[in-house]
Design a protein around this ligand. Structure first.
Ligand code: SF4
Length: 327
């Protein structure tokens, strides 16, 4: 087993996980619709059951939104997830086709033991991860795994470490598939059901190492810890996004960005900044410029009644503010 960040380890790391580790994978939430009701479902109450599309934090109304997000993070791959993606098969095919034209790796999650006809429609996908709801009836996925591999996809199971299901390991080894086991994360949407079933919750995850150790019997095994998602995957994606911003933004070790925000009469602010040849970005409600803006320019802006703040925020499309201090 090779040990990596934050308690994760593997004997086999699928390509999609390699990109995720680099922070280079865009998460495409393709629909919130799903016919299952897994007690550990991590999908937020706001999204579950709604037919909405998100590329990372960005709501997608058209292909343009998806492309903007892919560009912002310099995506090298996409993870198609939901809800149940296969309830919107044609939509999935459209996004997969766009991603493949951009030479991106595509991996897809599904809880449906899809037949050959459906899998053929997905043959542009590089990697498919089956999730038996609540780990029930894994045998239903034997043929889908074999067919996916025959069609050229890498295939396997991806499951949360809720209990040991011996048959999953047997199928993985019989079909030369991979097994991804995720530490169970507790969120606003699932904590009540998780606690009710007697799982021991620590911080925002469940410690279930005995179960994980049983799954190590799979020949192609990967364990992904909840903390890995924060310290590696998410942080690295933020850094990639931050680096794709204009140079005047300062980038922190956590991948947040620092800038000077200007509010008020933005046309007037633009005239002043242009006069001093200062680089800036204009949004609907404010302008952002360098946090090191010269005192003279700062005073010129303030003397015209403009409000200036030092802002630390996420480089994501929702521009979530971590800290704001008026200057
Ligand atoms: S199959 Fe996935 S999306 Fe559907 S309820 Fe289960 S965990 Fe949630």
């Amino acid at each position: 087993m090779r040990r990596i960040e934050a308690g994760s380890y593997y004997s086999y790391l699928p390509e999609g996980c390699k990109l995720c580790r680099k922070g280079a994978k865009l998460v495409l939430f393709v629909t919130g619709l799903c016919n299952n009701r897994c007690f550990y479902c991590p999908v937020s109450k706001a999204k579950f059951g709604s037919d909405v599309i998100y590329a990372n934090e960005r709501e997608v109304k058209s292909a343009k939104d998806f492309l903007e997000e892919a560009d912002l993070m310099g995506a090298e791959g996409i993870a198609v997830t939901g809800g149940e993606p296969l309830l919107k098969l044609e939509r999935v095919r459209e996004f997969v086709s766009i991603a493949k034209k951009l030479d991106m790796h595509v991996h897809l999650y599904t809880a449906i033991p899809a037949d050959e006809e459906k899998l053929r429609k997905l043959s542009a996908v590089d990697e498919i991860r089956f999730h038996p709801p609540e780990l029930m009836n894994p045998d239903a996925y034997v043929e889908p795994i074999k067919t996916s591999k025959k069609l050229g996809m890498d295939a396997g199971f991806e499951i949360p470490a809720v209990r040991f299901e011996k048959r999953i390991v047997e199928i993985v080894n019989e079909t030369d598939a991979f097994l991804n086991v995720n530490q169970l994360e507790v969120s606003e949407s699932n904590w009540k059901h998780v606690v009710e079933r007697g799982y021991r919750v620590k911080d925002y995850y469940v410690e279930n190492q005995d179960v994980v150790r049983e799954y190590e019997k799979a020949n192609k095994f990967h364990y992904c810890s909840a903390r890995f998602k924060d310290v590696a995957q998410f942080r690295r994606r933020l850094i990639r996004m931050a680096m794709n911003h204009p140079e005047f933004y300062a980038v922190t070790r956590d991948g947040t960005i620092i800038c000077c925000r200007i509010e008020g009469d933005l046309d007037l602010a633009e005239r002043i900044l242009s006069k001093w040849e200062v680089e800036y970005l204009r949004f609907e409600e404010y302008i952002e410029t360098s946090p090191d803006i010269e005192v003279e320019i700062r005073e010129a802006l303030k003397s015209e009644g403009l409000k200036l703040s030092l802002v630390e925020r996420y480089p994501t499309s929702n521009r979530l503010v971590v800290e704001l201090t008026e200057i």
